[in-house]
Design a protein around this ligand. Structure first.
Ligand code: ADP
Ligand code: MG
Length: 601
């Protein structure tokens, strides 16, 4: 009998471990930039070729390494940042695991040149498959240059998994942005394919935010700044009018480390409640600083997820600080909130819900009113999410079962009375009941099917602008738009590149108002990013869905009788009129017998 279990050879085990840290060129960018920051550099230059697939190089003017360290740094768990276990709980550096360089050297060819101030001559090493292939003295300035070449040259399977250059470049720009935001006092340069994309001069955080997120933010930022003994929050949030339909520029840093936290995001969102529409997201760049002992950054290999010793305090604090900031800039309509009250309420959050309190609550008239039999009661969450759940109303069946449901009935649309309800729904009578059409979703479906029919031979109608508008985008958005220009042309947008990150709009779909171009394209890109990146839909599908969403009538819009009729007519002719492009019902159907039951007979 042969053994089925065996120990993996070193090089495979190493590559698996490396894969956790280095998943794509952007992971190397993050690690190398962080090392340069940890080395106290004041100037950091990132160079990438072929979206980092061919080259990722970081040159810094930090403290450099001696010859021995230059060799040692590629070993696993080789770090100068931790000596004893206690150090793990007071980390002030970006790195500490001693894994990054070892991982990079396991999956790419690496060249390092480095010199410290104590030596006149530097060291140069070439490393591949984690073996030093050459070593020699070299004349270099103080600091370090690490070049990672041909990522995954020895793991073709992983190389094949890399995305298009535009996609990988987006990840790189994202990592670059995160580090550059966290260290505005450092000069950052970014060169891609021999073209300089960024030259960020040292300056204030506000200047850095504007440099990276774009000039439109200049006058649209509200400063956030609050301090307690326990923690500090500082940074900027966008005025409510800058809120976008998709999550875009949202950055949280804890002790200068970029983190992802749905929980803290929620705290920000709650501070904006009532100030922005429910489907919008504010922009923010926020830094929380607290004693490193209060956070555990060790929970994730790329250190993007962290645990707070006390999450609730941080949540309440973030929410209070942002409300305070918004109120100070008289953006909130009423000044009904001040930070002290917010902080005081922290103790309430902290206190356990004791037996005494339960008794007191249960005794209150309000509480008993909610719980008495046959009285109004709180709807449970599942029902609240789906208001019609529990009611004997038929939900629309999925498309494959009911492709032509709307057309089925022999309806004379001309004589059917159609009514708009709540400026959101259209009541559409059918033989033994009625349908409640959701105007926005229905129109999205209609636009989607129209746009789907366009191609290079049959482009959508486009109107040439007399005064072409100029678009200014940030580098990340420009790289997305660049990819989308050909399909956009088929869909009615005539856009041409015009120098660095700038575009000229020569033509738009016929019904777009001029003057709205920048806004429209920004919005479109936001939507596209969400669909393509978060839902991972193919390019054209994402673009068409984004456009359909953009062009659709909104809930809350008043429609004339003619518009109502047109909408229903067009919906009847859709191939899958019963669901919106993202799969939600476009209408609900109510039948007489179901209504009768609701009335109790
Ligand atoms: P970590 O950052 O977790 O310590 P790395 O693998 O990223 O682990 O780096 C290993 C060590 O190499 C670091 O601890 C540091 O001493 C040294 N090092 C790496 N990059 C640089 C740099 N740019 N300048 C000076 N020293 C560096
Ligand atoms: Mg490191």
């Amino acid at each position: 009998m042969s053994n089925t279990i065996h120990v993996l050879p070193d090089h495979i085990a190493n590559q698996i471990a490396a894969g956790e840290v280095i998943q794509r060129p952007a992971s190397a960018v993050k690690e190398l930039l962080e090392n340069a920051v940890d080395a106290a550099a004041t100037e950091i230059h990132l160079i990438v070729n072929d979206a980092g697939k061919a080259l990722v190089q970081v040159i810094d003017n930090g403290k450099g390494m001696g010859a021995a360290d230059a060799r040692l740094c590629f070993e696993r768990h080789a770090t100068s940042k931790i000596n004893q276990i206690e150090d793990l709980f007071r980390i002030r550096t970006m790195g500490f695991r001693g894994e990054a360089l070892a991982s990079i050297a396991a999956v790419a060819q690496v060249e390092i040149k480095t010199r410290t101030k104590d030596s006149d001559v530097g060291s140069q090493l070439e490393v591949a498959n984690r073996r030093v292939e050459s070593e020699s003295p070299v004349a270099v300035p103080i600091g370090t240059s690490i070049a990672m070449k041909n990522l995954f040259f020895n793991v073709p399977a992983r190389r094949n998994f890399l995305k298009s250059n535009a996609a990988e470049m987006r990840h790189i720009l994202e990592e670059f942005t995160r580090v550059a935001l966290a260290f505005p006092e450092i000069r950052f340069l970014l060169t891609a394919n021999h073209q300089q994309l960024y030259h960020l001069e040292p300056g204030s955080l506000k200047q850095r935010v504007v440099q990276l997120l774009g000039n439109p933010y200049q006058s649209k930022l509200v400063a956030v700044q609050e301090q307690t003994d326990y923690l500090t929050i500082r940074g900027f949030v966008g005025k409510p009018e800058t809120a976008k339909k998709t999550r875009g520029d949202q950055y949280f840093f804890v002790n200068n480390r970029f983190i992802k936290s749905a929980y803290l995001h929620h705290a920000v969102m709650s501070a904006y409640q009532e100030l922005i529409a429910g489907d919008q997201f504010p922009s923010y760049v926020l830094f929380i600083d607290l004693d490193p002992r209060q956070v555990d950054v060790n929970v994730h290999p790329t250190k993007q997820e962290i645990k707070f010793e006390d999450e609730k305090i941080v949540y309440a604090f973030v929410q209070a600080a942002i409300r305070h900031a918004l109120a100070q800039f008289s953006i909130t309509p009423t000044l009904d909130f001040d930070l002290d009250a917010g902080i005081q309420s922290l103790s309430a959050i902290q206190q356990p819900f004791t037996e005494d309190k339960k008794q007191a609550t249960a005794g209150s008239r309000l509480f008993s009113g909610f719980t008495q039999k046959n009285q109004a009661h709180l709807i449970d969450r599942s029902a609240a999410d789906k208001p019609w759940a529990g009611l004997p109303i038929r939900e629309v069946t999925p498309p494959e079962e009911q492709q032509t449901s709307l057309i089925g009935a022999s309806l004379d649309l001309e004589n059917t009375p159609l009514t708009q309800l709540l400026q959101t729904y259209i009541i559409f009578p059918i033989k033994d009941g009625y349908r409640l059409i959701h105007q926005q979703r229905a129109h999205e479906r209609i636009r989607y099917e129209k746009l789907m029919q366009a191609d290079a031979q049959k482009p959508m109608a486009s109107q040439r602008s007399m005064f072409p508008a100029t678009l200014e985008l940030n580098a990340a958005d420009a790289s997305i738009l660049e990819e989308l220009l050909p399909p956009l042309r088929e869909l009615g947008y005539q856009i041409e590149p015009f120098g660095k990150n700038t575009y000229v709009v020569h033509g738009t779909p016929a019904d777009l108002e001029s003057g709205e171009e920048q806004h429209t394209i920004d919005w479109l890109l936001e939507q596209y990013k969400q669909l393509a990146q978060e839902l991972k839909l193919p390019q054209k599908e994402s673009l068409i869905r984004a456009l359909a969403r953009q062009q659709a009538i909104r809930s809350g819009e008043y429609l004339t009788e003619r518009e109502i009729r047109e909408l229903v007519q067009e919906l009847l002719h859709c191939q899958q009129g019963n669901v919106s492009p993202d799969g939600h019902p476009t209408y609900l159907e109510f039948r007489k017998e179901q209504l009768n039951k609701l009335f109790g007979y």
